[in-house]
Design a protein around this ligand. Structure first.
Ligand SMILES: [Zn+2]
Length: 462
């Protein structure tokens, strides 16, 4: 009788294991038969355009996402929110002397509308306060280099704008550190306030030319126009919920918006596509312990507004968050300072032995993407580690971040590995403890993130 019982238990357990294994095999293989995420992303890129939050292009892209979701039987709904937005209009930086040329430029987010400004250019090195010791920037247009200074902490563009404005400059030009006609879009501050003076990113080559002219004593003159403006904007996160036994959620996010000057194909189109594939893959299964919520966060580029609003509203429901910002070809996972996740995430890496996630599991928190406000609440966070080809990140925040840079196979790979991880976590009964404010502050301090967060006015731990 005992023998029989044991056999029965073994049979039951074996069946259970087999079911688990067949789900796992199905999850991996599903990722390679089709790649609808890639197709959806192609439509979003080519039919909607750059997805700056609050713009018509962004709304159109959201419609495409929902429309495609319906074809795949996934119901993606919108959760609206309000934030301090910004719209780009006709802006220009024109060289007037020694010859006339419109410089390739991009206004930084939250540039205010100004009248036409015209003045001489003055070079202020990196833009630190002491870089102004021997120059008079008053009434001038300041040029600063964006190279990372040696033996000095980095100066955020936000700080450089503040200093230039204090010194009486009427505008500031950031000369890109990367050559090749590239610009670097971004915000002029992280709080959604109008920039103190209009700020533009210009190419390394134009910056070099301006510097040469200055050192030859042929002081260049530049005319600046900024018609862009700040205004309150409504946007929306796109949400898909896969119910579990518990209402507690594992949130998997990828930012949906991008800079408007490109198609935002790599930043973060690939994240959109991977999340779409995860949605198709994991919504095939039932009886999760945790509810899985997949969120295409909006307005990340303008200051993480979508995830900030989401955390404000839903933080009590969230057990764990995973953020996919430019996931490449997966090489491992980052447990972001939440070291108690080490064993379970390592177990996943070991189970996927044939995949050879050679980066393994690291614990190196970083900020300024959608996981940040989850982290600040002490909610455990995971981000994937991934390999990207140089061609993929070369055009980061530049005009050239377009669909042709997207690697279809990397999307399949990321979808396979991440679906596997999320499935494992959502089927488990593991309790994910939250860290206290003090514990989070300690981690951020240890990893050297305190200074930057203070500079951004995002340090909330005093
Ligand atoms: Zn991004």
């Amino acid at each position: 009788m005992k023998k029989f019982l044991f056999f029965f238990i073994l049979l039951w357990f074996g069946k259970y294991l087999f079911a688990q294994n067949s789900d796992y095999a199905s999850i991996i293989s599903f990722s390679y038969f089709q790649n609808r995420g890639y197709e959806v992303l192609r439509r979003i890129c080519d039919e909607a355009g750059g997805r700056l939050a609050g713009t018509v292009a962004n709304e159109k892209a959201l419609k495409i996402l929902q429309e495609e979701g319906e074809k795949d039987n996934i119901q993606i709904s919108l959760e609206k929110f309000i934030f301090p937005g910004w719209f780009r209009s006709n802006d220009s930086v024109v060289l007037l002397f020694p010859f006339v040329k419109q410089l390739r430029s991009v206004g930084l987010g939250f540039n205010p509308t100004t009248q036409v400004l015209e003045s001489e250019v003055v070079f202020a090195n990196y833009g630190f306060l002491d870089d102004y010791a021997n120059i008079d920037a008053s009434g001038k247009i300041v040029l600063v280099s964006q190279e990372r200074p040696k033996n000095r902490e980095e100066l955020l563009r936000y700080e450089a704008i503040e200093i230039a404005s204090q010194k009486g400059a009427i505008a500031i030009l950031f000369m890109n550190d990367k050559p090749g006609g590239l610009v670097l879009a971004g915000v002029g501050n992280f709080l959604g306030n109008p920039n103190l003076i209009p700020a533009f990113s210009i190419t390394n080559e134009d910056g070099q030319m301006l510097k040469r002219l200055l050192s030859d004593g042929k002081v260049p003159r530049v005319r600046i126009k900024s018609n862009s403006f700040c205004t309150t904007v409504e946007s929306a996160n796109a949400v898909l919920t896969i119910p579990g036994k518990s209402k507690k959620k594992i949130v998997v996010g990828a930012h949906f918006d991008s800079w408007d000057i490109s198609q935002g194909a790599v930043d973060n189109g690939v994240g959109i596509a991977v999340l779409y594939e995860i949605a198709r893959n994991l919504s095939r299964f039932k009886e999760y312990e945790y509810t899985i919520e997949l969120v295409w966060f909006n307005a990340e580029e303008l200051g993480l507004w979508g995830s900030k609003r989401y955390v404000e509203k839903h933080k009590d429901e969230v057990a764990l968050a995973i953020n996919l910002d430019m996931p490449g070809d997966p090489t491992g996972f980052n447990i972001m300072g939440f070291n108690f996740l080490d064993s379970i995430v390592n177990a996943v890496v070991n189970q996927l032995d044939g995949y050879w996630l050679k980066g393994g599991v690291v614990s190196q928190p970083w900020t300024n993407s959608d996981h940040m406000y989850f982290m600040f609440e002490g909610i455990p966070v995971i981000t994937p580690l991934g390999w990207m080809d140089e061609s993929m990140y070369h055009h980061y925040h530049d005009f050239g971040d377009t669909f042709d840079k997207v690697n279809k196979k990397y999307i399949s790979n990321a979808s396979a590995v991440l679906s596997y991880l999320i499935y494992t976590l959502a089927k488990s009964k593991i309790i994910f403890p939250r860290l206290s404010k003090e514990e989070i502050a300690k981690i951020l301090k240890e990893k050297g993130l305190e200074t930057r967060l203070r500079k951004q006015k995002e340090w909330k731990f005093d």
